[in-house]
Design a protein around this ligand. Sequence first.
Ligand code: G3I
Length: 378
Amino acid sequence: MSVSRRTVLRLAAGGCAASAMVSRASEGEGLARRAARRGLSFGCMVRPEHVERGSPLLPVILREAAMLVPENDLKWRALEPARGRPDYSRAEKIVGFAERNGLKMRGHTAFWYKGVPDWAKPEIASPAAMPLALRHVQEVVGHFRGRIAEWDVVNEALEAGDGLPGGLRKAPFGQAMDAGYIADCFHAAREADPNARLYYNDFAVEYDDTPHALRRKGVLDLLAELKRRNAPIDGLGIQSHLCYGWRFTPRLYRTFLADVAATGVDIRLTEMDVADFHAATDIAQRDQQVADHARRYLDTALDEQAVVGLMCWGLRDRDSWMQSERWTQRADGSPERPLPYDDQLQRKPLWDAIGSALDNAPQRVRRRSAGPLPKAAG
Ligand code: G3I
């Protein structure tokens, strides 16, 4: 078909006008809507004070997030600091806020060795304590039945360095436990809320080094073992605590994600942020390095259809757990800048990188194992 030069110019001019409209229309548009267009979801970690009336973060959260996860308020030690007297009030602030605003919730986390309250620690050090742990899983998931869409049922149960079969972590039991206890936690959670999507969540699988390779193997072995035991697992949470300067190899990571997807579970990137202690001193350069690093990671990860969404572990730099972690401190003493917004709530290059990676992600098609796709916004 031949097209006249005038037609080409007209079409090109129309295209320019259309793209100007698109870019005007997307000003002020949050990451949640950009993710939803691709059938993905974007969300973030929050604290109760972030969603209180008058919080400067509140409008940002409402614009950016379709899903929220409490940083600490659903952990066992936060919920039940004294035995038998659980206090759901802080978690309820967040869950109630999500409900009033039509946002989904992730539950983090029903069972985590670091989340065991001090009073339960002596008991947990014996296998006889499993009923206590399972009772907690059932209690917390059941309390929020129908209100929390997705749970990290078990968090960080692997540590190859501990030398146990299957790469299982010694803590919190202090002795050999097999994956049966993890399967039991999933059964307890399913019984407590049959409609919640149930995830195993872990970190340190992203990079091209030996500890990360061992953790990747541990995760794949655990997924196979849980399937073998008929544990009702729906998803793998990959925390995605990234670090500028560490070696990321797309080919390796693609293979890992495909291997996970082949087991039939969904994948969510659950706690993304980027440590910048190896990055430049100059702020503009540093922020760009962080953004480029995240972009490479996200382009690879979001290319996998099994990946259903992305959560950041906070939106604003000063809220990051990295500000008080010893190993993430910068030699020049300046605070970490690991999140998409700075402390004045200005968007950073990382925000743009996440937005572009979401825009470029392949449209999601419904997978056999996955739940319904979120309604596309806009
Ligand atoms: O609430 C107590 C307070 O009563 C006490 O006075 C104070 C003194 O240390 O501690 C307070 O608890 C702290 C808690 O955060 C709430 O601020 C704990 O010490 C501190 O260890 C805890 O850190 C959290 C950490 O998980 C351990 O639970 C971080 O905020 C949180 O960002 C971090 O999140 C984890 C995810 O759950 C799992 N993946 C890794 C991620 C980052 O470490």
